[in-house]
Write a protein that binds this ligand. Structure first.
Ligand code: THU
Ligand code: ZN
Length: 286
């Protein structure tokens, strides 16, 4: 394991943060050359930086995760995100966050996930939804393992007759709907993953000075580990070093499917955990 100096750690954290949680291939390549290490120990050495993005006011337990693709050569940061005074089931786990970062940044393949701690059952189930999850190498502090080893006799998408997987669609395609939201939000809506409820859904958070953040609904075959679009967007904000309590919000918009809507109440509860009074704009695709 290599030791990263405090100065370099800060520099890297800054770079990753300004990149929304994505570590470009060029940066990983230069670190591998500089420290003369392979990708796996490098990812594990970067985990303390991932954990720095954690917002955990309830547990004070900071978890970091990094998803990596050997195809694109890029790595994606994840950290846990807790909402004060909101139901614990709304917490975003670091592993979910890393997969979410990969997905929202157009990644279609994950070969490794490094984590600061062993993944909980909920995360094992969430990872099980990802395309080719059985091939993902899971790097833990004391051992390297795989999902089939961590989740034997699993319940997966095929058990509900679903042949699609999370990350099957990661790109943003043109789409049309007769609603007044930004074209980018509509594209995220189309790229969301809702094979079980049919409720495609996405969120846009427009800020005054820090740009716009997007989140997409990612369902899970076991339902509970699903990630709501607002959780997804807020996790992205956290990886940019931001919290809703610290930025000036211009507008928050939720788009979901008229026929199935099920995200509106969740979004209200999550937003209620912040100090500001947010009026969420809701739009429905029919
Ligand atoms: N946590 C994770 O982020 N990943 C896991 O798999 C274990 C638990 C987080 C969730 C919560 O914020 C805190 O750790 C305590 O459970
Ligand atoms: Zn977990």
């Amino acid at each position: 394991m290599l030791t990263i100096s405090k100065e370099l750690e800060q520099e890297l954290q800054q770079k990753i943060q300004s990149n929304g949680g994505v570590i470009p291939k060029t940066l990983l390549d230069s670190l591998m050359a500089r420290f003369d290490v392979e990708i796996k120990p490098l990812l594990q050495s970067l985990l303390p930086i991932a954990a720095k993005f954690s917002i955990a006011p309830i547990s004070n337990f900071n978890v970091g995760a990094i998803a990596y693709s050997s195809v694109s050569g890029r790595a994606y940061i994840g950290s846990n995100l807790e909402f004060n005074h909101a139901a614990l089931c709304l917490v975003v786990h670091a592993e979910q966050s890393a997969i979410n970062t990969a997905w929202l940044n157009g990644e279609t393949h994950i070969s490794h996930i490094a984590i600061t701690d062993a993944p909980c059952g909920h995360c094992r189930q969430f990872i099980n939804e990802v395309k080719l999850s059985e091939q993902i190498e899971i790097l833990l502090p004391n051992t390297n393992t795989s999902l089939p080893e961590l989740l034997p006799h699993s319940f997966g998408p095929a058990d509900l007759g679903n042949e699609t997987r999370l990350l099957d669609i990661s790109d943003l395609r043109d789409s049309e709907a007769n609603i007044t939201v930004t074209p980018l939000l509509l594209k995220h809506y189309q790229a969301s993953y809702a094979p079980y409820s049919g409720n495609k859904s996405a969120v846009e958070i427009k800020t005054a000075k820090h740009g716009d953040f997007y989140g997409r609904y990612a369902e899970n075959v076991a339902y509970n580990p699903s990630l709501s679009p607002l959780q997804s967007a807020l996790s992205q904000m956290a990886l940019s070093g931001l919290s809703l309590d610290e930025v000036e919000v211009v507008e928050i918009t939720l788009v979901e499917t008229e026929q199935y809507k099920n995200q509106s109440g969740v979004a209200d509860v999550v937003l209620g955990s912040f100090t500001g009074n947010y009026e969420i704009k809701k739009a429905y695709v029919s």
